[in-house]
Design a protein around this ligand. Structure first.
Ligand code: HAM
Length: 419
């Protein structure tokens, strides 16, 4: 049956009822961002490759995983692997940072990484992201972390852990990088990892192999190398989070797969997921604007993974929200009743109520089954004899009670009942 029909490797179709969960996840994340004044931005799904090469960093995993191709005009194009570089590009292009700062923006959409697919890791996945551009205030870092925490909580998730770190700034990072390199040059590593020590030593901290982790036990910690300004900044973020009742774990070995981070760095992990446990993450990227050729624009943001958050909800057996947008389900019995039902359903919908009707020539039994399945509270049964008397039978599908209702003024009656 399914021969010949198959979504591309690393992708999947989002079908009901999981699609309901995904919508609820996006809505909660978007809601959190909007509650703090973030406004919606949409940028193209592809950008000039140059933007990501400069913004994401040449030697990162994300850059190695990009979908890059030449278009018919010979331009090198890349399907966006992440959203932050494009948001910065757009803010610079349109001069948004010339007005009130910070510029607060959120986005929601698909992203693409040519990864080795596994549970929770896809080549096409969905993020909701929020970015606050043009401020160095640690309260904004804390705000974003609180918003994400509240979004997960609103979704009913209880097994989310927040990992927090600071990566320092261009003043103190070089000394830490050198100290880490010194340490790593002194331990026994394979050739590929030794190359990484030279190109991007912080990434070695993220190596998941237990034998490498064991070698890292005594590696210098970034938090011991922060300059006074970075230390004070980090302390302030921690204090604001504590005041807001947000629990976090200090994780001085936390690094992430993108090169643009400075100072605050965080990740949300879900303890009920396997290897792909990061359900969201972000941090401060004070140098990204300059990396892509713009003026200084200190900024901070996050991106929350919709796919993995859906998996987390399943792992915690959080019920998908009811699909019951349909509140009244009309069951016409006969041709005239069908036309009347269509008119009534249209009127109910125009009045803002959710309404559907039994289409096709179904018997009463089949139609009532459809009414049940729709999630509607009421079935409105229209028989010819009732119609002649200007009424229909209204059945409460939760109690089973049934009563006649006048068709005149039906919208008002139903609005009252559904209040
Ligand atoms: P990221 O950590 O690369 O950060 O991605 C954020 C989230 O997207 C991850 O925590 C994960 O939940 C989800 N995600 C990433 N890759 C995949 C995949 N292959 N399959 C499924 N889910 C995935 C960023 O993208 C940064 N732009 C975040 C940010 C915003 N930093 C500052 N502002």
């Amino acid at each position: 049956m399914t021969d010949g029909f198959q979504a591309p490797k690393g992708t999947y179709d989002l079908l009901p009822p999981d699609s309901r969960l995904a919508l609820a996840v996006r809505a909660a994340m978007i809601d959190a961002a909007r509650s703090a004044g973030y406004e919606y931005i949409e940028t193209p799904v592809f950008e000039d490759t140059e933007l990501f090469a400069r913004g994401v960093g040449e030697s990162t995993d994300v850059t190695k995983e990009m979908y890059t191709f030449d278009d018919r005009g010979g331009r090198s194009i890349t399907l966006r692997p992440e959203g932050t570089a494009a948001v910065v590009r757009s803010v610079l292009e349109h001069g948004l940072a010339r007005g009130q700062l910070p510029v607060k923006l959120y986005y929601s959409g698909p992203f693409f990484r040519y990864e080795r697919p596994q549970a929770g890791r896809y080549r096409h996945f969905w993020q909701v992201g929020a970015e606050a551009l043009g401020t160095e205030d640690p309260a904004v870092d804390a705000e974003l972390i609180v918003l994400a925490t509240d979004a997960y909580r609103a979704l009913g998730l209880t097994q989310v852990r927040l990992l927090l770190n600071s990566l320092g700034c261009r003043e103190c990072r070089p000394a830490y990088r050198a100290a880490l390199q010194d340490y790593l040059r002194g331990v026994d590593l394979d050739r590929q990892t030794r190359q990484r020590v030279e190109a991007n030593p912080l990434r070695v901290l993220d190596d998941k192999r237990p034998e490498i982790q064991a070698l890292l036990a005594d590696a210098p910690l970034v938090t011991d190398h922060l300059c006074a300004a970075c230390k004070a900044f980090h302390e302030e973020v921690r204090r604001l989070l504590t005041d807001a009742g947000v629990e976090f774990v200090d994780e001085p070995r936390l690094v992430r797969g993108l090169d643009y981070y400075t100072r605050t760095l965080f990740e949300f992990v879900h303890t009920g997921l396997g290897a792909q446990s990061a359900i969201g993450g972000g941090g401060r990227y004070d140098g990204l604007s300059e990396m892509i050729g713009g003026p200084p624009l200190p900024s901070v943001g996050w991106a929350l993974g919709v796919d993995r958050t859906v998996l987390a909800m399943r792992a915690e057996s959080v019920e998908p929200p009811s699909a019951a947008r349909v509140e009244v389900f009309a069951v016409p019995l006969g041709e005239d009743a069908r036309r009347t039902a269509f008119r009534l359903v249209t009127e109910l919908r125009r009045a803002g109520l959710g309404a559907d009707l039994a289409y096709g020539q179904r018997g009463l039994k089949g139609a009532m089954k459809a009414a049940d399945r729709s999630g509607a509270r009421y079935a409105l049964i229209l028989g010819d004899r009732d119609l002649a008397a200007g009424v229909a039978q209204l059945k409460d599908l939760t109690t089973g009670d049934q009563e006649p209702v006048a068709l005149d003024g039906l919208v008002a009656t139903m609005k009252e009942k559904l209040q």
